[in-house]
Design a protein around this ligand. Structure first.
Ligand code: DGY
Length: 322
């Protein structure tokens, strides 16, 4: 039997994939800023024993079925809504993700987004660079306070808990909603569990960190935005499709809520002409929650270790379909 064949859907640094090359033939899509084309992905899946994929790759039934000798799909991300996990399980293919290594980095970015939206940081930075600053003035670019306000975290997993830890440092009152109670966050950070409706009605900052599932798709809909305070700022650092973007746009335009900080969008990359990007009260980022050199390197290394483990018949570190 020959060496196993691994296909990597983006150009990753050679030193990081060297350990895979020690045990397998490796082919890689040659670009780091252009996603793999669908036909190349399917053709490669047909030959591959392992795929190292990005959260932007659609790994659906067609790809998985094509992978006759496919044993593992190692996704570079904690989220895996881009992969049809039930289909992978049906075909006996392991699906792995990269939790833990990105928790603090993503929490930092989420909190940065919250601060940026509250204190109008992007607007202010643009203002000064455009030469608009004529004088110090009492309400020039005045935002809203973050400290001592109420944060409502929807999705109190590891990243949610790390955001709560940052919020505690800002003396915030911490509410959360989750499928199950997070006793550690309650005990250590004084977080209070409440219903989704109660959180929406009470929080000054509503922070979405819930994974995208059939249950959470469009959970932030018209009704949800209507329940929020008019002064509320909505932050999304999980997945765009958890939000009905038209409803969010309407809520921002009509003043039902005050602002938003968005790192994720239903269709990525979002078109520059998208209505949400025309609003002054929206801070928008291109899905960079986990984007630091250190963390992205750790994510690549973990994905590589997962592939090596499966190809060597061992248990991968972070298997999704147990
Ligand atoms: C994840 O890990 O799921 C992120 O969204 C990718 O950075």
């Amino acid at each position: 039997m020959g060496r196993p064949y691994v296909f990597i859907t983006r150009k990753l640094p050679d030193d990081i994939i060297a350990p895979i090359k020690d045990i397998a033939e490796v082919a890689m899509w040659p670009h780091d800023d252009i996603p793999v084309s669908r036909d190349v992905l399917i053709n490669e899946a047909k030959k591959a024993d392992a795929l190292l994929t990005m959260v932007s790759d659609v790994i659906d039934q067609e790809v998985l079925k094509a992978g006759k000798s496919l044993k593992v799909v190692a996704n570079m991300g904690v989220g895996f809504d881009n992969i049809d996990v039930p289909a992978a399980t049906k075909y006996g293919i392991a699906v792995c993700n990269t939790p833990d290594v990105l928790t603090d980095t993503t929490a930092d970015l989420t909190f940065a987004l919250l601060l940026a939206a509250a204190r109008r940081i992007v607007e202010a930075a643009q203002f000064i660079k455009e030469g608009k600053w004529k004088s110090w003035s009492p309400f020039l670019l005045a935002g809203v306070d973050v400290h001592h306000k109420t944060i409502g975290i929807v999705g109190m997993g590891k990243i949610g808990q790390a955001v709560a830890k940052r919020a505690a440092g800002f003396d915030m009152n911490i509410l959360y909603h989750n499928r199950s109670r997070n006793i550690e966050a309650e005990k250590q950070l004084g977080a209070t569990y409440c219903s989704f409706q109660e959180l929406l009605a009470t929080a000054d900052f509503v922070v979405c960190l819930t994974p995208l599932t059939n249950e959470t798709r469009h959970m932030f809909n018209r009704e949800a935005f209507r329940k929020m305070k008019q002064s509320a700022i909505f932050i999304n650092a999980s997945r765009g499709a958890v939000v009905d973007e038209q409803a969010l746009y309407d809520a921002l335009v009509s003043g039902e809520i005050a602002g938003a900080g968005l790192d994720v969008f239903e269709h990525e990359p979002i078109d520059a002409s998208h209505p949400l990007l025309t609003l002054k009260n929206v801070v928008a980022l291109p899905h960079i929650g986990s984007a630091t050199g250190e963390t992205r390197t750790k994510m690549m290394e973990l994905a590589s270790r997962n592939i090596i483990a499966v190809l060597q018949g061992k248990q991968p570190e972070t298997l999704v379909n147990k």
